[in-house]
Design a protein around this ligand. Structure first.
Ligand code: F0G
Length: 530
């Protein structure tokens, strides 16, 4: 569908200008495997190797022949796509298949209940809503339990079996003289504790997430995304997150201690009414990516994962493991988190679950935390549609085939690709700062060029666009498609499909070395700016 030359530009025209500034304003006309075919100036097709991989949604490549053939078969068979509010057996089969894989990787039998959605952010929105429903219900249960403890204390005091000692009176922050009459003293104490508990219970929920996190750009999920530019304009719309320094020992506990809340109840021990502190669920959930994608391909360490797991368990706070980019086998295991010992209370999956063809995502909630009433107050027109569910089932068949050959290929191809990146880093240490990632979720970080001798590069670097300049050069000069991780713009991301060939790795090697030579030569030879 060629664009008419004088057509008005009405679909995000500003973005078009940004693309043009980095030489990325190209049109693709065909795609298969790791290749996108770009329309050249003369109208001919030019093959481009796709290392952006649909931002992680193309583990099996563009238009995988088995998936497209299956999709055609479904359409020819007039498979119901939208049959909302019906049994949806195919969605259940998908949930069962996902459980079988998660159970194998976690070595744990507890089922996970599935809530389907249409995009990654939407699955995280469902996670946020479910966690908040669970938090409010737990808080109500706590308040009821505390109320019952007040009644029990009242019964004991009225029956002459207990009194309120000074330690309890002062412990409740009461400074006025305690009434002599035990029943009256208890009444004042309970009123004070009730008021205090109501204040604590009214506190808005807090979410915890590692610095550098990315969980989507919808109203709730964008507040869990660390990038200030994405998050700040919409702060007033949703619950806020506290961002925890990544892989820093003790950081999780420090933030929890700053944010936690308690409810004060009463117990009667040996004729004395005493205060009992109960953890109040004000921290709603800890959400994390086992390997941060958009934040710059940052792996969480096993130690950090263990600290999160134990600190959250101690305050009964669910851990939401966002595997939207790292999952589906891209890092060599279906879940990247299983490799650092994480056992999530919730998981979210999307991107490659749709096989590069359909839009689907899923929230999995551990049975012991699941609130069935959530199903009656949360829904989406297109979620768990018949077509997407069946295609996603086919995707799971493909990644699980031959005992998980795709996972092994992701590991092997990723290791080859990473070896090449390490070699480039070794040969150009003053240009390349770091190589990171696992399997086919890799990144190469370049040193900051804000003081580069060439003004255009200096301006781009200061505007956080250096990575896009490199991407433009790789595209125009080497027919390589990749992008920086948007919130870490000096890092280029590589998330190709498992179909990656040695020749394609070689092509990227040549392109990266060309960039490094240009930068090393301090831009004697220009990056191919548009
Ligand atoms: N969670 C993670 C870990 C992601 O990487 C993304 C998207 C999302 C959620 C949101 O998914 O776009 O389907 O709503 N990551 C892309 C990136 C944008 O640049 O890595 P979505």
């Amino acid at each position: 569908v060629a664009t008419e030359p004088d057509e008005p530009q009405l679909a995000e025209p500003h973005l078009r200008a940004v693309l043009a500034s980095a030489g990325l304003d190209v049109e693709y006309v065909r795609a298969e495997g790791n290749t996108l075919h770009m329309r050249g100036e003369d109208g001919r097709e030019i093959p481009v190797v796709d290392f952006a991989g649909g931002y992680g949604s193309l583990l099996l490549g563009h238009n995988h022949p088995v998936i497209t053939a299956y999709a055609k078969q479904l359409l020819d068979a007039a498979t119901p796509v939208h049959a909302q509010f019906s049994l949806h057996p195919e969605a259940n089969r998908l949930a069962v298949a996902l459980n079988r894989i998660v159970r194998r990787e976690l070595g744990d039998d507890e089922p996970y209940l599935a809530i389907f959605a249409n995009s990654g952010a939407e699955a995280n929105e469902a996670a946020v809503k479910h966690a908040e429903l669970d938090r409010v219900l737990r808080l109500e249960a706590q308040l009821e339990k505390v109320g019952k403890s007040f009644e029990a204390a009242g019964y004991a005091v009225r029956g002459g079996k207990a009194t309120v000692p000074d330690t309890t009176w002062e412990g409740a922050g009461l400074t006025a003289p305690r009434p002599q009459d035990p029943t009256e003293a208890l009444g004042v104490l309970v009123d004070a504790l009730t008021r205090r508990n109501a204040e604590q219970a009214a506190r808005p929920p807090v979410f915890l997430a590692p610095e550098g996190s990315f969980h989507g750009k919808l109203v709730g999920s964008v507040q869990l995304t660390h990038n200030e530019a994405y998050r700040a304009p919409f702060k007033s719309l949703a619950a806020q997150a506290r961002f925890v320094p990544v892989n820093r020992p003790g950081a999780v506990q420090r933030v929890i201690d700053e944010e936690r809340a308690s409810l004060l109840g009463l117990t009667v021990t040996g004729g004395r009414v005493e205060i009992r502190r109960h953890e109040a669920p004000v921290i709603c959930a800890f959400i994390l990516e086992p390997i941060q994608g958009e934040g710059g391909i940052q792996e969480l360490t096993r130690e950090f994962a263990e600290e999160i797991q134990s600190a959250c368990a101690a305050i009964d706070c669910p851990v939401v493991v966002d595997e939207i980019q790292s999952g589906m086998g891209r890092t060599g295991t279906f879940l990247a988190s299983s490799d650092i010992g994480l056992r999530g209370d919730y998981y979210t999956l999307a991107k490659s679950l749709g096989g590069g063809l359909v839009k689907t995502s899923v929230l999995l909630v551990r049975e012991s935390r699941y609130r069935g009433q959530f199903e009656l107050i949360h829904s989406s027109t297109f979620a768990k549609d018949g077509f997407s569910s069946l295609v996603a089932l086919k995707v799971l068949d493909l990644v699980e085939a031959d005992g998980g050959a795709v996972y092994r290929e992701a590991g092997e191809r990723g290791a080859r690709l990473k070896d090449m990146l390490h070699a480039v880093h070794k040969d150009y240490p003053e240009v390349v700062k770091d190589v990171r990632g696992k399997g086919l979720m890799l990144g190469i970080e370049f040193h900051d060029q804000s003081d580069a001798p060439a003004p255009p590069v200096q301006e781009a670097a200061r505007a956080g666009l250096f990575g896009y300049l490199l991407a433009g050069h790789l595209l125009r000069g080497h027919r390589i498609r990749t992008f920086p991780t948007a919130s870490a713009a000096n890092t280029l991301r590589f998330e190709p499909s498992v179909l990656l060939t040695d020749a394609e790795i070689q092509q990227l090697d040549t392109g990266l070395r060309d960039i490094c030579d240009i930068v090393r030569g301090n831009y004697g030879r220009p990056l191919s700016l548009p």
